[in-house]
Design a protein around this ligand. Sequence first.
Ligand code: BES
Ligand code: MN
Ligand code: MN
Length: 454
Amino acid sequence: MQEVINYIESNQQNYIEELKEFLKIPSISTSIEFKDEVNRCANFVSSKLKDAGMSRVEIFKTEGHPLVYGEWLGAPGKPTVLIYGHYDVQPVDPIDLWDSPPFEPVIKDGKIFARGATDDKGQVFMHIKSVEAFFKVEGSLPLNVKFIIEGEEEIGSESLEPFINQHLDLLKCDTVLISDTALYDVGIPTLTYGLRGLAYMEVEVTGPQRDLHSGTFGGAVGNPINVLAEIIAKLHDKNGRVTIPHFYDNVLSLTKKEKENFKLLKFSEKKFAKELGVAELTGEKGFSSLERTWVRPTLDCNGIIGGFTGQGAKTVIASKATAKISMRLVPNQDPAKIANEFTKYIKKITPKTVKVKIQNLHGAYPVLIPLNDHSTVAATKAMEKAFGKKIVFIREGGSVPIVTSFVKKLKAPTVLMGLGLNTENLHSPNEHFNLNHFRLGIISSAYFMKEYSL
Ligand code: BES
Ligand code: MN
Ligand code: MN
């Protein structure tokens, strides 16, 4: 085993050069004009899996973006781990705020800067390289390994969902290993056991049949932007609670043990506020920031479109206004039920002066992973060995939509072994990945395979 680790240590420079090539591909899944680049990225992943030593590698076409599958099943009698990740990335806007172009990776202060560096290309690459190291040094893997790397995570994993149903045998495994979450802090080995779910809605308010002169008509007609703002304002009460009926019905409260565990994390609200550049934090009354982001459901407006947004002033009442509103969900909320309650409530509070159209764009179930499976024990040992420190267990506010399907359909426990940091600007300008964590991630992955094979 030590030889494998030594091999990984001495190949860092090569790994980083290869990772740069991965990061240069603008695989933005949401934009149709990047379709060819997304395909090119799938080919890149597939060739890296082949080079690493996987014996069967296949690109599966879907109605959306391709799925990359790889396997090596040369360890009969040993368990099988399915490694999941995504090669698609978020759009880059606002582009002006990037210090260097998002698809021209640069290294600064031990970090690699590019779109997708931490979410999730850098983390996917760790596992490809740990597998490769085993083949190079030992000629085989200590257990059976499958990879499923998708190109639609950032848009809701729509193709992977039916693919799982149709390929239950192909994906059959004993555990699923995912690196698409964050460490608690720099250099702290971390396993995540909870993720929030999601219900993502679009609300379109239409007033007069055309844009109007705001002097001639202002005051006599429902202004869609004003009305939309009122609707959004009504979605929270003064204690920061969401006002949608039945919203909190199935929310699990924090166990005593978890509460104690959160305390041990010594989270600094002050440092958190400072890092975000805000004078004061806010949220649901009676909860800490960790609780608000990890175990409480929330509602946020993600974007708002309407009216005149050009330079200078234009006196106009727009005919239409739209808001993108997402709700982060926690166990045991159901995204479809919440979307339904949201729709009913919006309809109820919308005045007759306007028309409203509500769409459910996508959803994800929340996740809570029991910590007693052998895979969690193996992952704990692996990370503790790699980092030389004691593990911490955390929950997370983000979502990885497909996890619930793995658990339900493949009946496989999941390990969330993320090596990112929440301060690495995922989804925003200057995304980066700590290269020391990249190295420790490859080593953790290798130790995991060894530990889990025992
Ligand atoms: N890797 C993130 C999720 C994440 C981020 C988990 C930080 C834990 C910590 C993932 O790529 C992501 O962005 N998910 C989306 C899902 C959505 C687009 C359906 C999210 O959470 O917004
Ligand atoms: Mn991700
Ligand atoms: Mn993401």
